[in-house]
Design a protein around this ligand. Structure first.
Ligand SMILES: NC(=O)c1ccc[n+]([C@@H]2O[C@H](COP(=O)([O-])OP(=O)(O)OC[C@H]3O[C@@H](n4cnc5c(N)ncnc54)[C@H](OP(=O)(O)O)[C@@H]3O)[C@@H](O)[C@H]2O)c1
Length: 450
């Protein structure tokens, strides 16, 4: 390969080993695939996986690599998969629960750490959210400290750690609450929603509250480590890699982009004119990969707001118009006239839901029962209600995320790297991106033919 065609990012990873937490998750598995696909000189990828549901870590990772996200790698570079080394452990345990010999290997071999493991459940009891997101992050930092070759520690946070502000810069904002106090409340009152929510103040849920504390601990404990914080907004399907539309989670907005085109979701709590900050998963993973190559030891830890709202905004209404076109183009609607209304009024939302969703669902289910078919509509409505409840905070509010660090990082990249590791959100074409999202969710989550 001539020098002009050479990727500086891929060269950075050549001969290096990396350690990943959260590799069984949506973003984590997409990251592993990208590293193996585009950084073929990489030595090993150590992936921390918990034993869960009676299944051992190795068995669980084998299931992950059998998912479609790894299809392109298997087709063209199957041998790369041998670089994955699964490590059984848990971020909430001291030393991640690793045996001394495994710790020694990591200490001596790993140059880059990607910390993605987290609970993303919004309403987990505060005690559990703090244990996973804060204690877990501290344990990973402890391990980083022992790594002799460490060149980068990338902590994946969320853009909504500071959702109590309207303008969010690429900096860590100090928490107004003392961590020990937060731990005390978490240990003592975790199951008392009233006390916990009053204590959390303007933070809307235990997820953003605990992730904000995790960021604070990264800032406090990583001054002498080469560190970066990546803050994605709401992660959606891929625009390009490993294929357009790849998605394997119902988290985030996915339920809306399935329910609306099907014609079974007619109204949500939100404001149509608000910018909806969605970001494709491959934009996120490319940024994670590139940010590691620029990590520096610094008091001012580099934060990257991985968001679309500033450089390539799309409103809820615009996203809905595109979704409607897609529904009609592919005849995805099970009920006629797919459309979606946004209202900030709980009364209107409840009324319209009852008239246009619940009543038709009961009628369809009744018809199914009478004709000997399976009744599914009311069950679907219950699920949609959970989705709407989960995302209403993000649809009723709007934020301005600065993305100067992202734009600056892009300027340092060669044309080859910009092509291979694209994270420029200005390149997103929302028409195709949303079409792929809807079709991808149907293909990979619903296993639907169309
Ligand atoms: N998806 C989004 O919209 C979004 C938006 C902003 C930020 N983020 C951030 O991106 C990161 C990845 O999110 P995701 O969407 O990929 O989440 P995900 O699909 O729920 O994956 C979470 C990962 O964390 C692992 N994990 C949880 N607790 C663990 C523990 N105690 N020990 C070891 N591993 C543990 C899970 O392992 P198991 O398989 O064992 O459960 C899984 O691999 C998170 O830090 C999240 O906060 C995500």
């Amino acid at each position: 390969m001539s020098k002009a065609n050479c990727s500086n990012v891929a060269s950075f990873y050549a001969g290096k080993s990396v350690f990943i937490t959260g590799g069984t998750g949506f973003v984590g598995k997409t990251l592993i695939e990208k590293l193996l696909y585009s950084c073929s000189g990489i030595d090993k990828i150590y992936v921390l996986v918990r034993d869960k549901y009676g299944k051992q870590a190795s068995e669980r990772l084998a299931r992950v690599t059998s998912t479609p996200v790894f299809d392109r790698l298997k087709t063209s570079k199957n041998e790369e998969l041998k670089k994955i080394v699964v490590i059984s452990g848990d971020i909430t345990r001291e030393n991640l629960g690793l045996h001394e010999d495994v710790l020694k290997t990591l200490e001596n071999e790993v140059s880059v750490v990607f910390h993605l493991a987290a609970t993303v459940a919004f309403k987990l009891p505060l005690k559990d959210a703090m244990r996973i997101n804060v204690n877990g992050t501290e344990n990973v930092i402890e391990l980083c400290r022992r790594m002799k070759k460490l060149q980068a520690f990338v902590h994946v946070s969320t853009a909504f750690t500071n959702s109590d502000r309207k303008e969010i810069n690429e900096m860590v904002y100090p928490m107004p609450i003392n961590l020990e106090e937060a731990r005390h409340v978490a240990d003592t009152y975790s199951h008392d929603d009233v006390i916990v929510s009053a204590f959390m103040g303007k933070k809307p849920n235990t997820y953003t509250f605990s992730k904000a504390f995790a960021e604070q601990q990264v800032m406090k404990q990583c001054e002498d480590l080469p560190t970066a914080i990546i803050r994605p907004s709401i992660v959606m399907s891929s625009i390009k890699e490993p294929c357009p539309g790849w998605i394997d989670t119902w988290n985030g907005s996915t339920g809306l982009f399935v329910g609306m085109p099907a014609g079974i979701l007619r109204v949500v709590l939100g404001r149509g004119s608000n910018v909806t900050d969605l970001v494709p998963v491959d934009i996120v993973t490319n940024l994670i990969v590139v940010a590691a190559t620029e990590c520096q030891k610094s008091k001012e830890i580099k934060v990257y707001n991985c968001c679309t709202g500033t450089s390539n905004p799309i409103t809820c209404d615009e996203a809905t118009t595109i979704s409607r076109k897609v529904a009609l183009k592919y005849s995805l609607n099970e009920l006629p006239w797919p459309f979606l209304m946004f209202t900030p009024s709980v009364f209107l939302y409840t009324l319209i839901t009852f008239l246009l969703q619940i009543v038709p669902a009961y009628l369809i289910d009744l018809w199914c029962i009478l004709t000997g078919r399976k009744a599914t509509q009311i069950k679907l409505q219950r699920r949609l209600k959970k989705v709407v409840d989960a995302v209403k905070f993000f649809l009723l509010n709007e934020w301005k995320f600065s993305d100067d660090n992202i734009r600056d990082l892009l300027k340092t990249m060669s044309p080859v790297d910009k092509e291979i590791f694209n994270f420029d959100v200005k390149t997103i074409n929302w028409e195709t991106c949303i079409e792929d999202y809807i079709l991808g969710a149907r293909k990979y989550l619903l296993k639907s033919e169309k």
